[in-house]
Write a protein that binds this ligand. Sequence first.
Ligand code: FAD
Length: 623
Amino acid sequence: MLHPESYDVIVIGGGHAGTEAAAAAARAGARTLLLTQNVETIGQMSCNPAIGGIGKGHLVKEIDALGGVMARAADRAGIQFRVLNSRKGPAVRATRAQADRSLYKSAVRALLQGIPRLTIFQQAVDDLVVERDRIAGVVTQMGVRFRARAVVLTTGTFLGGRIHIGLSNYEGGRAGDPPANALAARLRDLGLPVGRLKTGTPPRLDGRTLDYSAMTAQPGDEPVPVFSFLGDPHEHPRQVPCHITYTNGRTHDLIRSALDRSPMYAGVIEGVGPRYCPSVEDKVVRFADRERHQIFVEPEGLDTYEVYPNGISTSLPFDVQWDLVRSIAGFERAVLTRPGYAIEYDYFDPRALRPSLETRCIAGLYFAGQINGTTGYEEAAAQGLIAGINAARSLDDHEPWWPRRDEAYLGVLIDDLVTRGVTEPYRMFTSRAEHRLLLREDNADLRLTPVARRLGLVDDARFARFEAKRDAIAREQSRLAATRVRPGMLSEDEARAALGGPLAREATALELLRRPEVRYADLIRVAGAGPGIDDPEIASQLEIQAKYAGYIERAREEIERGMRHEDTRLPSDLDFQGVHGLSAEVRQKLAQHRPATLGQAARISGVTPAAISLLLIHLKRRS
Ligand code: FAD
């Protein structure tokens, strides 16, 4: 066999997990090889051309704060930007970008090509080289052997992938790409805990055949938001609107009458699908009383007439897809350009991973992305970043790093996966985080960029910009706290305009900013309270931190109480049978989940506070 070269880290797969993993490993100092089936599909969006949304936008901002690729690519490729939940509290506000599919891919590739120490090679990987329970390299389809001390596997839906359209099905990694069957068989041989999941995608439409006058236009936000901390609206390509239409009774009748030819309902598909992103046939069956379902009509890009009808993912036979599409307002003359389909694939139980995303059974082998039972580009990218960082850190025996649940949505994601596992494709929601008010999109940089700097992921220019922002906020907070505003300083009109009413007694400007109705921009115009800072991002940060200070403080206290033992490590060789007083059920659960910390142990269902105390006593005796 050929034996061309050795690397520190090899990343298999150029999807959303693989690209972040490769970028993070290389930035953290590792000589990294990204091996992927097809270089032209690096950064390809397999399904909807959009980045972010509720919960997912938080992940993107965190990936960015840690020096990742996704937000910067979204800024270069986004053709419509919106902040969802903009009228709700800051914790649940979330950025979403409709992306030009091909611009997104190019942006990811360009960003990767700019990273030193990162090499890209096109070949499918068929085999892993394992020497005495430790990864030693990989073997490609044509027999090229690459050695590495750490390998990150991010093969998405490709392992044992089977595509379903109606009752016909065939092998595939996603439409147009081959599956990774040799690698899937190899992983099953290694005895990793494997299951089957499924996901689906809608047919695509020829936008020239749609009647947009029958739909509602949905423009993007003004001013146009950005995703990255380094982003600038001038980077965005031309912005375009999306549209909204709905299914109707006729669509639902067509679907019901074809259920016997649905692979889902005929029992041909065994894998479990995403409950929160159901196919249109699932929606019609599960919500039988609903008269209509919303469809977002999203352009696939600026240089293509293809349109993505978001909301009608389906694996019904193609003739039914054609008819159901044409039953929808505005789609009466629609021509389909690609069929919708479902795909079933192998995933591996993430409880077999450490929080660093290293497999417990093969040292140096990391898993990230859809392979771990998640769905979504953002969830995949988040895991890729963590796996890439830790693969690089393992080379010098540095402690692995992952954020806690109260530090980042990334921490929530990792902890949910490795301690709870998945029963269906896992996607992020703000409701999964206990400490939502601390984990806002707007403070992702303040939470994570200092850590990223310590991990070697952030360059000088970015860190200098971050420090300038952080210091400006701190300086302005001190100034506001030291600035006293007295009733006599404002006229009645000024007080009404800036404070919403007369000022009864002297207060600091910071106290005034805590009032819900006071805006920073108005406050600094009050005589004696200015001059302030004319930067909307800093102004918004000052407002949020002031107005929610009480809640934030309480959340911090709660975390500290719970955290006293959160980070206490459980040795990886701990024999739970030897822990005095634990019930057989708790012993079994701990042995199955193998939590890395006491905090993780506490979150396993059935592991009681009493069991945690017994573990603590045991640890103290051992030490
Ligand atoms: P992928 O993006 O799939 O990337 C895998 C990469 O690995 C590819 O580059 C591939 O070429 C490469 N590869 C595979 N095998 C090998 C090998 N042996 N050697 C080398 N390279 C290899 N997400 C949602 O959020 N909502 C949805 O509704 C949704 N629907 C989907 C519908 C379909 C049909 C598909 C296919 C995906 C859908 N997704 C959806 C999921 C979304 O596409 C994935 O979550 C995301 O792409 C996962 O990223 P990843 O990096 O883990 O894998």
